[in-house]
Design a binder for this molecule. Structure first.
Ligand code: M5T
Ligand code: MG
Length: 242
């Protein structure tokens, strides 16, 4: 069957290797294509950990994660990775060129596809301004680009994969508010057919998410729309007001 991108976490528990206590417990959620799921919660709540379980950077220690109805442990790891575009909280670039960084994950992408991804990621202008364009060198650790540019290139790299599932871990925090807003608008056509899960610091940017999951100390303390959570989730109200 074709990849659709339905992600389900069922009774998920996770304890880091060597640790005593779980950092996630009783996590249940479903994220569907054609919508955006946002995850909010204070620092250390477990947001990054939760995302890392979906491409199997770590395996759950209880419960299960399903992709399109199949336990992710049943997938070939490469097949799973092909279906998930992860934009980590700390974007990283490889030493090479802009193009080699973007083609990681989809070596066959055409230049046109790269430019399209750069356009959505709000990275087209600064790449076009580099004399070498797509062939501009990326220095070790991406040290010749700014933090915000690095983040946008990492977003473009994920988009080049054309995955059915995208996981954005706080990927907009290094961007100014205007670029953040433009990027989110540009991503709308993608979330119209893909499953998009975003971890957000700025609650203002996820008020129109289809569902918002509120995490506190590794547990889900609220699930709903912005209005539903404002009316019924004290933790969410606190986050909004902070
Ligand atoms: C959740 C602990 C961390 C915290 C909890 C990544 C990582 C985290 N932890 C480890 O013990 N080992 C690790 O490798 O797990 O942490 P998180 O998932 O990083 O939380 P967050 O993403 O919600 O926080 P933040 O600051 O990114 O908003 O107890 O010590
Ligand atoms: Mg985090």
């Amino acid at each position: 069957p074709p990849a659709r991108g339905v992600v389900q976490l069922q009774d998920v528990e996770f304890t880091y290797p060597g640790a005593d206590d779980p950092v996630l417990s009783d996590i249940n959620l479903t994220a569907r294509p054609g919508g955006m799921t946002a995850i909010v919660g204070s620092t250390g709540a477990g947001k990054t950990t939760l995302l890392s379980l979906i491409p199997r950077l770590f395996d759950v220690t209880g419960g299960r994660v399903l992709l399109d109805g199949l336990d992710i442990r049943e997938y070939d790891p490469a097949q799973l990775w092909e279906r998930i575009g992860l934009i980590p909280q700390k974007a990283f670039l490889f030493t090479g060129t802009v193009a080699s960084n973007l083609r990681y994950g989809n070596p066959d992408a055409t230049d046109e596809e790269l430019w399209r991804a750069l356009e959505i990621a709000q990275a087209k202008d600064f790449v076009a301004e580099m004399p070498e364009g797509l062939n501009a060198p990326v220095a070790q650790g991406g040290s010749n680009v700014s933090g915000g540019q690095r983040q946008r290139l990492a977003i473009a790299r994920a988009l080049v994969k054309q995955a059915p599932v995208y996981l954005f871990d706080d990927s907009f925090s290094a961007l100014d508010v205007a670029t953040d807003a433009r990027l989110r608008r540009a991503l709308r056509p993608i979330s119209a057919h893909a499953t998009v899960i975003v971890v957000a610091q700025r609650v203002s940017t996820i008020v129109d998410a289809d569902q918002i999951i509120v995490l506190e100390n590794g547990r889900v303390v609220g699930t709903g729309t912005h209005d539903e959570l404002l009316a019924g989730c004290a933790t969410y109200v606190e986050i909004v007001q902070s």
